[in-house]
Design a protein around this ligand. Structure first.
Ligand code: FE2
Length: 176
């Protein structure tokens, strides 16, 4: 269950989180990870075959999103402390940036933080398993893992080629 962290007070209730994110233009859903996915999500590493099998357990979400928003592809990101160069990989996204496409994620395991500039103040969204989040295109944000350094997330794309970070000169923290 996602929580919103901000200086004016945190939000932990699902309806409050959803309302706040909607106001900030961010799509959020709580989609319980299906039981049959757990055999895969509990493992630290997955083979390509297991990744595809895990994606199949939530394929109905892809079909819905494809119908609604036209997403063409999806893949699975698996990160854990033993991934080589994990810190270099994460350093690409922990600075404030935007994409010209939406950043669409369904968290199946683990957790992390999305940071946003926000309409009135900066805030963080701590996402965990069963959270779906769509960061709108051209929206400044940043992302980092929490101390567990572990996440499994489905990424949905209309076009992977256009999906690169464009950096902006802002501070990736709740401080101004
Ligand atoms: Fe991003």
């Amino acid at each position: 269950m996602a929580t919103v962290i901000k200086k004016s007070g945190n939000l932990t209730k699902e309806d409050e989180v959803k309302e706040f994110l909607t106001k900030n233009g961010i799509d959020y859903e709580h989609w319980e990870v299906p039981q049959e996915a757990l055999v895969y999500t509990k493992k630290e590493t997955l083979s390509d075959k297991e990744k595809e099998e895990l994606l199949q357990t939530v394929n109905h979400r892809f079909l819905e999103l494809q119908k609604k928003f036209g997403y063409q592809t999806r893949d699975l990101v698996v990160l854990h402390p033993n991934v080589p160069n994990i810190d270099e990989m994460l350093a690409k996204f922990d600075k404030v940036h935007y994409h010209t496409d939406e950043e669409v994620r369904y968290i199946l395991d683990g957790s992390g933080y999305f940071g946003f500039i926000g309409k009135n103040e900066k805030f963080l969204v701590h996402v965990t398993e069963s959270d779906f989040i769509s960061v709108p295109r051209n929206t400044n944000h940043w992302f980092y893992l929490d101390d567990r350094k572990r996440i499994k997330a489905v990424r949905y794309f209309t076009d992977t080629a256009g999906w690169v970070p464009n950096y902006v000169d802002q501070k990736a923290s709740l401080e101004d």
